[in-house]
Design a binder for this molecule. Structure first.
Ligand SMILES: Nc1ncnc2c1ncn2[C@@H]1O[C@H](COP(=O)(O)OP(=O)(O)OP(=O)(O)O)[C@@H](O)[C@H]1O
Length: 576
């Protein structure tokens, strides 16, 4: 947990002043029993009403001052802990956004959510407690022993004897509860995962009448989490009765031993009350410490989970280069790729070249590795073997950020974000004018339906764009990639939801308006890629055939079969 404290460094003043004010309050709390003893032994027993009023006044003043210090401490604790939590959440979000694809593959999305929310909350709470109680509790504990020693040194032995018993009990309890807290956090991850899955797939679940099964799955995990938390809480709750038992036992001992001193005339009744007060204060302080141990145990688990993400290495590129020239050629030189969490190569022996302004079509069965080519091209995954060359310079020298300034991608999943249409379309080009946006909408064949929307570009988009049809979403994601024209545009199965006419019109518009652009089109639909200057047929990550539509019809039995199934075996009429 301490390793994360630097994230609170903006709040140094609060981290110093908060505990300091709490310390002042603790000093005042230690002084109070002394006045109480004086009140009983001197003022009341001597019936000195003036002294009663004076001492009562002093006690009231001390209590008010104590209250004032507590308020100040709480104020600083809130500022520092909330600020610390916010900083942690921001840093985590920033880090997650910078993780490489390989790192993202190894992290569980829902676990990332609980780390940003629940785990940072635990640490926020721990810091607030650190400020409010970490100095106060041990100070009260030690202070009570010293003050008791000043009254009756012999009784102090009792204080010292109680201390290790209590500390041992706290240690045992925290040791037993720690694994439950760890399991609790993991179950919370699972629960978040189930909630996310259920909500995003709610329509599919209903369509398949799987609601009862999903509810049972959720209930089971939820019960498991509740049982784990109850077990941890039950064990931690033992501390309450143990403390009461120890406090009452200690008070009995104090009364018993003090009776001898009172009889001998070395101790007064008021001093006995003060001793009982100090014993109670010491044990109460120990309870606070035990609660702190529980809070810090949980925070320790959370801190480890947060550090796991924050400490992930950020990939740096040695001799990083800027891409200043236009991309004239892209060459795959014996490229192979294996996902970090798999045993088999997804792509192997890829050799081909694309020239500026050319269209490359990629087809092949599902799972043949077509989409995998995209993150390789943008260096979001480094290639495992061979190299990809841009103008004869290895892609390894360029950051993804640099490559993405030249390459636009229309991903297979048509995701729009909540906000307005304009905000969505300006995602890649925040300064794009309405004219540029409408131009992109024109190419993507969106103009007619966007013009029909009452607010046009200011129309609201619901989360994931669910207020648009699949085909409209697909066209809008295409338009989003075209708002700022890039040198290379990659369409990953982006025409699949379009009717044949729109598919044709869109390709025509691309040919006419983006003549300079190099276009890579992944598609199962041969009519979409048939006019490309070259077509790759992938199978199990390898190039099964390579050529134009016409040559492939002659040379590749597999391609011919595909073409027959789609009624294109007789060649392709580009004008249709
Ligand atoms: N992040 C990943 N981690 C591990 N394996 C992956 C990952 N993404 C894809 N794969 C695997 O890589 C192989 C190729 O997947 P890819 O998505 O490139 O295929 P595709 O040809 O685009 O398929 P489709 O036509 O269905 O979109 C598949 O076997 C898939 O399971």
């Amino acid at each position: 947990m301490w390793s994360l404290l630097p994230y609170a460094k903006k709040y140094q003043k609060e981290l110093i002043l908060g505990p300091l004010f709490k310390l002042f309050e603790a000093i005042l709390e230690l002084i109070l029993p002394l006045y109480m003893a004086q009140l009983l032994d001197q003022a009341i027993s001597e019936k000195n009403s003036q002294l009663v009023w004076l001492l009562a006044g002093k006690m009231l003043l001390i209590s008010c001052l104590g209250l004032f210090f507590v308020i100040l401490c709480q104020y600083y604790a809130s500022i520092a802990s909330q600020g610390f939590g916010t900083e942690l959440r921001n840093q985590l979000t920033r880090k997650i956004n910078r993780l490489s694809y390989a790192q993202l593959d190894q992290s569980n999305e829902n676990s990332l959510i609980t780390r940003i929310t629940n785990d940072t909350n635990q640490l926020q709470l721990a810091l607030a407690m650190l400020i409010r109680l970490v100095i106060r509790a041990p100070f009260l504990c030690i202070g009570s022993i010293i003050m008791a020693y000043r009254i009756e040194p012999k009784v102090t032995l009792l204080f010292i004897a109680v201390l290790p018993i209590f500390i041992a009990a706290i240690y045992m309890i925290s040791k037993i509860t720690m694994p439950f807290f760890k399991k609790g956090q993991q179950l919370l991850d699972q629960l978040t995962h189930l909630v996310a899955e259920n909500l995003s797939g709610i329509r599919v679940i209903r369509a398949f009448s799987k609601t009862p099964q999903q509810i049972t799955r959720f209930d089971e995990t939820s019960d498991d989490l509740a049982n784990t938390s109850i077990k941890a809480a039950n064990i931690a709750a033992i501390l309450g009765p143990v403390t009461t038992f120890v406090i009452n036992g200690a008070i009995l001992f104090i009364l018993y031993f003090s009776s001898f001193s009172i009889n001998a005339g070395t101790l007064k009744q008021g001093e006995v009350i003060a001793l009982i007060n100090y014993m109670t204060q010491m044990l109460m302080a120990l309870i606070v410490i035990s609660n702190l141990v529980v809070i810090f145990s949980r925070a320790e688990v959370s801190a480890k989970r947060i550090s796991e993400i924050l400490d992930l290495p950020e990939e740096t590129i040695a001799d990083e280069k800027r891409m200043t020239q236009k991309i004239e050629t892209i060459r795959f030189d014996n490229v192979a790729f294996q996902y970090p969490n798999t045993k088999k190569k997804t792509l192997a022996h890829l050799n081909f070249t694309i020239q500026e302004g050319e269209w490359l079509g990629i087809t092949g069965p599902t799972g043949s590795g077509k989409s995998t080519l995209i993150p390789l091209l943008t260096n979001l995954y480094p290639v495992s073997d061979g190299q990809i060359l841009f103008n004869n310079e290895s892609s390894a020298y360029y950051s993804s950020h640099e490559l993405l300034s030249k390459i636009a991608i229309v991903p297979q999943k048509n995701i729009l974000f909540s906000g307005t249409l304009r905000e969505n379309l300006q995602m890649m080009a925040p300064d794009a004018s309405d004219e540029e946006i409408w131009n992109a909408l024109d190419i993507a064949q969106c103009r007619s339906f966007v013009e029909e929307l009452p607010d046009q570009l200011d129309a609201l988009v619901q989360a994931s764009g669910k207020n648009f049809s699949g085909g409209q979403r697909q066209r809008l994601t295409i338009a989003r990639a075209l708002v700022q024209p890039k040198e290379i545009i990659i369409f990953d199965d982006s025409f699949s939801a379009l009717d044949y006419q729109t598919d044709f019109n869109l390709r025509q518009a691309l040919r006419n308006k983006l003549q300079q652009a190099t276009i890579i089109m992944i598609s199962q639909r041969l009519s979409t890629i048939a006019e490309a200057e070259q077509i790759l047929v992938l199978e199990q990550g390898k190039i099964l055939a390579h050529g134009t539509h016409q040559t492939l019809l002659k040379e590749s039995a597999f391609y011919l079969e595909l073409a027959k199934m789609q009624g294109l075996e007789g060649g392709f009429d580009y004008e249709k």
